[in-house]
Design a protein around this ligand. Structure first.
Ligand code: GLU
Ligand code: ZN
Length: 276
């Protein structure tokens, strides 16, 4: 008989700025789901955006999580996994699922395009174009081609239930960036599989990204986890907390002597009341 899967969750911050209350909430959320199930809670540093990543934030994050009373296992950061991103991108290229795009942001903004889940949907201007040698290009997923080949895909969210993957919300997303070996979508999808994550928890703001991740899992024959997209913490004016200007970082709160355990309890309570 197969052993039931142990629950594995993760918190995956990018070290390009301090953590704020919204991050604390996300981390506690992932932590508690794992601990309540007797599972594992992982910390993964998403540091492939080299120029924007700074190691001092990584130490700060660890101190923040400790201050909140969380226990975690740290898995290798993204910067050590570049080879796996390259190998996966190569597989997708071999399957004909990626095409090079040389458009600049300005060029993309100049093409009439519809608005999707994450801003303007790239209208596929470079599809079928051939590349000049040495021309720097990003690689985009040919969503129509992938969907035609894969057929209907379903994924499960703890709140939303069964969801039919609709990547057209996003359009032909960038899978390999011009300047980096992977985009967030490719790296996070591969890492969650490599780390054995069974329940991907993150804010509702990334709900639509999951359509893309589900396709990548299918194309790359990766295991399919469950997802739990949680509500975003809002401040008194109903604004996204993370965006609130001038709200103190976790590090600032910690250094000012605030009780991290009490803050964590307060966030848990708030979550229960809002039925996240
Ligand atoms: N590094 C991403 C972020 O901080 C992680 C998103 C995710 O949990 O998939 O937004
Ligand atoms: Zn293009």
């Amino acid at each position: 008989m197969r052993e039931p899967l142990q629950t594995v969750t993760r918190f995956a911050p990018s070290p390009n700025g301090s953590l704020h209350l919204g991050h604390a909430f996300s981390a506690i959320f992932a932590h508690d789901i794992a601990k309540q199930a007797g599972g594992r809670f992982l910390l993964r540093i998403e540091d492939i955006d080299g120029p924007r990543s700074r190691t001092e934030f990584v130490d700060e994050f660890r101190r923040d999580l400790e201050w909140l009373g969380l226990e975690w296992e740290e898995v290798p950061p993204q910067s050590t996994r570049i080879d796996s991103y390259r190998a996966a991108a190569d597989r997708l290229v071999e399957r004909g699922m990626l095409y090079p795009c040389t458009c600049t942001r300005k060029e993309i903004e100049a093409i009439p395009a519809r608005r999707g889940a994450d801003g303007l949907v790239y209208p596929g201007a470079c599809k079928g174009r051939s590349l000049k040698p040495d021309e720097p290009a990003a690689l985009r997923l040919d969503v129509d081609k992938a969907m035609a080949e894969l057929g209907e895909l379903v994924w499960t969210d703890e709140k939303a239930g069964s969801v039919v993957a609709d990547p057209r919300e996003f359009g032909d997303v960038v899978i390999v960036r011009k300047d980096l070996p992977a985009s967030y979508h490719l790296a996070a999808t591969l890492d969650d599989a490599a780390d054995g994550v069974t329940m991907v928890t993150r804010g509702m703001d990334l709900f639509a990204a999951t359509h893309i991740h589900r396709i990548l899992q299918q194309l790359l024959e990766l295991p399919v986890p469950h997802w739990h997209h949680h509500k975003l913490l809002l401040d008194e004016d109903g604004q996204k907390l993370a965006k609130r200007r001038g709200s103190p970082s976790l590090a600032e709160r910690r250094e000012s002597g605030e009780d991290g355990l009490a803050l964590a309890e307060q966030l848990r309570l708030q979550h229960m009341q809002s039925g996240t």
